[in-house]
Design a protein around this ligand. Structure first.
Ligand SMILES: O=C[C@H](O)[C@H](O)[C@H](O)COP(=O)(O)O
Length: 260
């Protein structure tokens, strides 16, 4: 990529760059998936190459695994790592409780397993991802391909019984064929508009046969690093609220940014 980055990409970049500062030598780090997480992986790759940072990375998708290897991060599986010090990942939406919707890129299952197996989960996001109520972004639900239409109908019926507004579930497509996740499953995107009780919804959906996992991350995220298009970056902690707010002077100082 050459030339000026869009404000949204700058925002993603500064959030990733700041979050990379949480990574220390010797850590086992969960590596998220998506365009924001890709910046993080590049930042960590630079730290490995230039500063000799030694980490073990556990990727949350085949895409991330490939990028991590390309930039020189040593990749291991979750079973090899067993437990992680930190996971850094993007999100599609976050609210004031740091509850999240994830899975816009279809990686929610591995992402949730990896984040849950970590001492700490840090989300990196551009400011547009912050919402008062989750649900404008369609909620991804990973379902097994067998009988997916029956599963879809069961989900829709369950939502009716819960009196949830906007119940339409659509099968995610990849061109003319159904999207297939890294685990060989499909994704149903639930168009809800506003989720009144994310905790309850997450539990109820996961009880439906055929559902593997849903994209609501409740009580998993500890911190969110929010990037802005002008280089400002804010870190919020689940217990302490905003803990830092400053600006990353990335245009002059960052080789990574200049190189892309
Ligand atoms: O499945 C994908 C992940 O949950 C992503 O972290 C999420 O969709 C955010 O992606 P992006 O950083 O590209 O907006």
């Amino acid at each position: 990529m050459t030339g000026e980055l869009s404000p949204i990409d700058k925002a993603k970049f500064v959030a990733a760059k700041r979050a990379a500062e949480f990574v220390e030598d010797g850590m086992r780090v969960g590596l998220g998936t998506g365009s924001t997480a890709a910046w993080l992986v590049r930042c960590l790759g630079e730290m490995v190459e230039q500063d000799g940072l030694k980490i073990l990375g556990v990727p949350t998708s085949t895409r991330t695994a490939q990028l991590a290897r390309e930039v020189g991060i040593k990749v291991i599986s979750l079973d090899e790592a067993r437990w992680l010090d930190l996971t850094i990942d993007g999100a599609d939406e976050f609210d004031a409780d740091l509850s999240l919707i994830k899975g816009g890129g279809g990686a929610l299952l591995q992402e949730k397993i990896v984040a849950t197996a970590s001492d700490q989960m840090v989300v990196i996001a551009d400011a547009a991802k912050e919402v008062e109520h989750l649900g404008s972004f369609p909620l991804p639900i990973e379902v097994i391909p067998f009988g997916w239409q029956t599963t879809q109908a069961l989900i829709e019926e369950t939502l009716v019984s819960m009196d949830v507004m906007g119940r339409q579930a659509s099968l995610r497509m990849n061109g003319s064929v159904p999207f297939v996740t890294d685990e060989g499953n499909h994704i149903l995107d639930l168009h809800l508009g506003r989720i009144g009780n994310p905790r309850q919804l997450a539990m109820v959906i996961n009880q439906i046969p055929g559902v593997v996992e849903n994209g609501l991350f409740i009580d998993i995220c500890d911190k969110v690093v929010i990037g802005y298009g002008d280089g400002r970056v804010e870190t919020r902690d689940i217990n302490e609220g905003t803990v830092s707010e400053d600006r990353l002077d990335f245009v002059e100082t960052d080789n990574l940014f200049r190189d892309i």
